[in-house]
Design a protein around this ligand. Structure first.
Ligand code: FES
Length: 88
């Protein structure tokens, strides 16, 4: 049985060693965050520089999905910046 984490409640399978971003891209999921103005953002540099790929991981916001290893059972959510109340 392949390993999986949850992205917005849906299972995303991954290969050990992949980052969350790599696993999401492999499944065709490109938008992982919405800006304060509601614009979609996603994986851009894939090396921890741009910050566009920030998601909520286990309730913690602003985690760069390209730098965070995918792990079994992890709960990941699209980050909606407007809902963070200045924690962006
Ligand atoms: S894609 Fe640029 S920091 Fe993750």
């Amino acid at each position: 049985m392949p390993s999986a984490f949850l992205m917005d409640g849906k299972p995303v399978t991954f290969t050990p060693g992949q980052s969350i971003a790599e696993a999401l891209l492999a499944k065709g999921i490109t938008a992982v965050r919405k800006t304060i103005k509601g614009n979609s953002r996603g994986i851009f540099c894939n090396m921890g520089i741009c910050g566009e790929c920030r998601v909520i991981v286990e309730g913690a916001p602003n985690i760069c999905s390209c730098q965070e290893p995918a792990r079994e059972g992890l709960v990941v959510q699209t980050q909606i910046d407007a809902e963070l109340g200045g924690r962006v």
